[in-house]
Design a protein around this ligand. Structure first.
Ligand code: IPM
Ligand code: MG
Length: 361
C-alpha cells in the first residue's frame, strides 16, 4: 500500500519522539511491503519562528491532502518562551486547534490501559489495580469551551473575561455515535460524563446521548457527573470501558486516566472525523524541560503510529505488530526514565525506538 503521511515534529521533545515513530513505521513498511511517503510540515512554535503564525494555510492544505497526519507535540514553556508574549491566536497551541477544526476532527480517542509489565509504575495501590484496567476516553474535540466566543474586557474599571460553552445536538449526536460504535467493538459499556446537575450544555448532552442509545440496545449506557468520574478513576478505574465526554472534561480526564496507567508518556491518541483522514499524536505535551536530552518516552507516539495504521489505512495486523513489539520490549525490562523502576534497564529515546523496531519481524 502507498501511504502519504504528513509529519509534524513540532516543538520540545516532538522531533525526537516523531523520529522514533518514523523508524518503527519504516520497519513496518519493509516488513509488509508498504510505501510510507513522509512530508514534513511546520506547526506550533517551529512554524511561528519561520512564518510568524503557528500554522500556515499551505501547511493546513498539505495536511488535508495527505492520508494521515502524525504529530509530535507543540508548545513551549509558558512564561519563559517568547511565543507566549504573542496574542493567543498566534501562540503554538492555536495551530493545534486550527488543524483539529480545519480537518473537522471532532472525535478524539484516547485509550488508557495498564500494561501488565508496568504495574509497578502505576501510582495506585495493588488492591485498587486488581486485574488492571483498559479504558478509552472518547473526547469531543472541535466544540465546547475551546471554540466558543471569548473576550476579555474592562467593565467599570474591573477586568472581566468571558468564555462560552456551546453544543448543538448535531455535535453531540455525532460524537455519541463514536462513543457507541467504540463501545460496541469493546466490552459494550459506555459511561457518558457531564455536569448535568449544573450546566445546560450537559443537560442537552445527556438527552441526546440517551436518544442515540436507542439504536444501541447491546451497549449498556450510564451517566456520571464529571467530578464523580475524576474520583472514580483513582478509586476503581477497572469499572470503565468507554468514557464519552465533551472537550474540556475530556482534556482533564484523559490526563488523569493516563497518569493512573503509570506515565503520560505511554498513551497515544487518534483524532478522527467523517473520513479516513486522521491526526495521530501522543496524549502528552512537548515537555520543553527535557527536550533534546534523549530522555523522552517515544512509546505514546509509536502507539499513535499504530492507531494511524489501524484507523486511516485499516492495517490491523501491522498495528497489532507495533503494539506487541512495545509489550515485548517492556517485558524484556527496558524503560525510559519516566517509567523506570528497580531491576530494569534504563534506555534513552532513540534506543527505545530501536528496540521496538527490532521486535518487528
Ligand atoms: C491535549 C492538549 C491540548 C488540548 C492543548 C495543547 C491545547 O492538552 O491535546 O490534551 O487542550 O486539547
Ligand atoms: Mg490535554
Amino acid at each position: 500500500m502507498d501511504c502519504n503521511i504528513a509529519v509534524i515534529p513540532g516543538d520540545g521533545i516532538g522531533p525526537e519522539i516523531v523520529t522514533e515513530a518514523r523508524k518503527v513505521l519504516a520497519k513496518i513498511g519493509n516488513t509488509y511491503g508498504h510505501k510510507f511517503n513522509f512530508t514534513e510540515l511546520l506547526m506550533g512554535g517551529a512554524s511561528i519562528d519561520v512564518h510568524g503564525v503557528p500554522l500556515t494555510e499551505e501547511a493546513l492544505e498539505a495536511a488535508r491532502n495527505s492520508d494521515a497526519v502524525l504529530l509530535g507535540a507543540v508548545g513551549g514553556n509558558v512564561g519563559v518562551s517568547n511565543w507566549y508574549s504573542l496574542p493567543p491566536e498566534l501562540r503554538p497551541e492555536a495551530g493545534l486547534l486550527k488543524i483539529r477544526k480545519g480537518l473537522n476532527l471532532y472525535a478524539n480517542l484516547r485509550p488508557a490501559l495498564l500494561f501488565e509489565d508496568l504495574r509497578e509504575a502505576c501510582p495506585l495501590k495493588e488492591s485498587i489495580i486488581g486485574d488492571g484496567f483498559d479504558l478509552i476516553v472518547v473526547r469531543e474535540l472541535t466544540g465546547g469551551l475551546y471554540f466558543g466566543e471569548r473576550k476579555t474586557v474592562v467593565e467599570e474599571g474591573i477586568r472581566k473575561a468571558y468564555d462560552t460553552l456551546t453544543y448543538d445536538e448535531e455535535e453531540i449526536r455525532r460524537i455519541a455515535l463514536w462513543g457507541f460504535e467504540t463501545a460496541r467493538k469493546r466490552r459494550k459499556k459506555l459511561c457518558s460524563v457531564d455536569k448535568a446537575n449544573v450546566i445546560d450544555s450537559s443537560r442537552l448532552w445527556r438527552q441526546v446521548v440517551k436518544e442515540v442509545s436507542k439504536d444501541y440496545p447491546d451497549v449498556e449506557l450510564s451517566d456520571m457527573l464529571v467530578d464523580n468520574c475524576a474520583m472514580q478513576l483513582v478509586k476503581d478505574p477497572g469499572q470503565f470501558d468507554v468514557i464519552l465526554t465533551e472537550n474540556m472534561f475530556g482534556d482533564i480526564l484523559s490526563d488523569e486516566a493516563s497518569m493512573v496507567t503509570g506515565s503520560i508518556g505511554m498513551l497515544p491518541s487518534a483524532s478522527l472525523g467523517r473520513t479516513k483522514l486522521g491526526l495521530y499524536e501522543p496524549s502528552h505535551g512537548s515537555a520543553p524541560d527535557i527536550a533534546g536530552q534523549n530522555k523522552a518516552n517515544p512509546v505514546a507516539t509509536i502507539l499513535s503510529a499504530a492507531m494511524l495504521l489501524r484507523y486511516s489505512f485499516d492495517l490491523e495486523e501491522e498495528a497489532k505488530q507495533i503494539e506487541e513489539a512495545v509489550q515485548k520490549v517492556l517485558k524484556n525490562g527496558y524503560r525510559t526514565v519516566d517509567i523506570m523502576s528497580d531491576g530494569n534497564t534504563l534506555v534513552g529515546t532513540d534506543k527505545m525506538g530501536d528496540l521496538i523496531a527490532g521486535e518487528i519481524k
